[in-house]
Design a binder for this molecule. Sequence first.
Ligand SMILES: [Zn+2]
Length: 313
Amino acid sequence: MTERTGRPGRLAALLLLLAWLPGLHAAGRTCGQSGVWVQVLGSGGPEISDRRASSSYLVWVDGHARLMLDAGGGSAYNFERSGADFSDLRALLFSHFHVDHSADLAVLLKGAFFTDRETDLPLYGPSGNGLMPDTEGFVQALFGARGGAFRYLSSYLDPERPDEFRLLPHVIDAGSRAVQAGYQGPDIRTRAVAVHHGPIPALAWRVEVAGKILVFSGDMNGDYGTLPGLAHDADLLVAHNAVPEGATGVARNLHMPPSVIGRIAARAGVRRLVLSHRMRRTLGREDETRRLIRRNGYRGPLAFADDLDCFAP
Ligand SMILES: [Zn+2]
């Protein structure tokens, strides 16, 4: 008798436990609880047919998401699925402000209202030009009290509001070819350098944390020749695989083909390569891409990223 009534009770308890476990509700995926991890929140580009969120990455340290790089469309939802806590973030780093790298910033900031975050959040990104606002201008265009599209959130920029955290934009000069300091935390150092992404001011980022070096190419075509220096000795390089070999015209002016990725990774002495910002013109050509990267000198581990994948450097 006890047996028969006990079994459904145990089953219900097990189901309750499974439903409670973090991540299961949204079919998410968490990285390891110790060490450094890069989690891909968005492995796609701007297409709405690639079944991927647009560009975004988290850097996890001992179970806490400390940095978020870019915030393309869909990345806020994948932030939820990752189980990350917005209060843990020390800084947001942007490569540039194309839609597929920045559109979810407003989604994140609104969502932050419902978190426990109290400390200010620095946001680093490039300077502007005639086509793009600088980082300060981008934030003002979204949240500025005067004319910002989402000016109802302008208190996040208001220094007179001590009851809420503030978003603190910092501009990195994308007109210079020098490596420049970005966010500096107690145990995190970040640096950025300008990369060529057609006419758009754009940065690649280097993150040094817990003895590991992580580098994010962002969108770039390789013409400035700045990435090998920034990526020197990197444990992990996330490179954007937006165009196939033989791309021409606008696509080649914006993005690097596999041969360029291979040469940069080899020259920099990168120890692990992850390819992201995958688009329909490169999806399905992974064997060819891998072959070209090898042929151009990179021999280390190479992976193609999918949304929510975790990589240990
Ligand atoms: Zn892009």
